[in-house]
Design a protein around this ligand. Structure first.
Ligand code: SF4
Ligand code: FES
Length: 251
């Protein structure tokens, strides 16, 4: 495949970004999108040009690090895949592909296509955990009977990989899908009910503090989410949040 790549280049968070154009030939349709960028970078290094910085780690759809906005879509044109799982056969020979970083005020660009998503870490730290007794007498989680339907919903919510595509896709840069998945994975289970009110209140408060926008139910996040996280989680989080406002609990 022969491709024209239009890639966002930005030296650092303070510098002004610019779209640079690169030509790439003989790209295998079976290569992944990140492998295609590896080939581009090898060529740039050989020419003495600074390679394009982009985020990646597992390259198998698990870590949530890869975060490219490709031809106007988070993680590109395929559905329920991350950028690292996207293959070049999804594109046409001779196509021009535009590659940008995930854009949100809460995700500042670090360099080129790399953004700082530590806002998600801080939301997690605000409440995305359960407190357990580690005295050695900890009850085995499997000893608690849990309705299968709740276990399934909690598992589905827990598949969120924190990639940030929901934020990048949303016209409001809302993080509600991410936060609601992290709230739901605990609030549906008995182990998570103890701190449920405090958790949702603190995580929503941190989400607002980080500068994410509000949800207006457009549903774009659900469509672009590589893990198919359902909007039902947002409805559940809204209910849990309202409940937290009327239930007295130590915050
Ligand atoms: S909800 Fe989906 S799009 Fe948002 S961070 Fe989680 S996996 Fe990524
Ligand atoms: S590199 Fe880990 S999900 Fe893409």
């Amino acid at each position: 495949m022969n491709l024209t790549l239009k890639i966002w280049r930005q030296k650092n968070s303070k510098a002004k970004g610019v779209v640079e154009t690169y030509k790439l030939s003989d790209v295998s349709p079976d290569s992944s999108f990140l492998e295609m960028l590896d080939v581009l970078n090898e060529g740039l290094v050989e020419k003495g040009v600074e390679p394009v910085a982009f985020d990646h780690d597992c390259r198998e759809g698990i870590c949530g690090m890869c975060s490219l906005y490709i031809n106007g879509e988070a993680h590109g044109p395929d559905r329920k895949v991350t950028t690292c799982q996207l293959h070049m056969r999804m594109f046409e020979d001779g196509e021009t592909i535009t590659i940008e970083p995930f854009r949100s005020a809460a995700f500042p660009v670090v360099k080129d296509l790399v953004v700082d998503r530590s806002a998600f870490d801080r939301i997690q730290q605000a409440g995305g955990y359960v407190s357990v007794n580690t005295s050695g007498n900890t009850q085995d989680a499997n000893a608690l009977p849990i309705p299968k339907v709740d276990a399934d919903k909690a598992f589905d919510a827990a598949t969120c990989i924190g990639c940030g595509a929901c934020v990048a896709t949303c016209k409001n840069a809302s993080a509600m899908l991410f936060v609601s998945a992290k709230v739901s994975q605990f609030s549906l289970l008995p182990q998570g009910k103890v701190e449920a009110n405090r958790r949702v209140a603190n995580m929503v408060s941190q989400m607002d503090e980080e500068g994410f926008g509000n949800c207006t139910n457009t549903g774009a996040c659900e469509i672009e989410c590589p893990k198919g996280i359902s909007l039902d989680n947002i409805a559940r989080m809204n209910r849990d949040f309202l409940k937290s406002l009327v239930v007295a609990e130590d915050k």
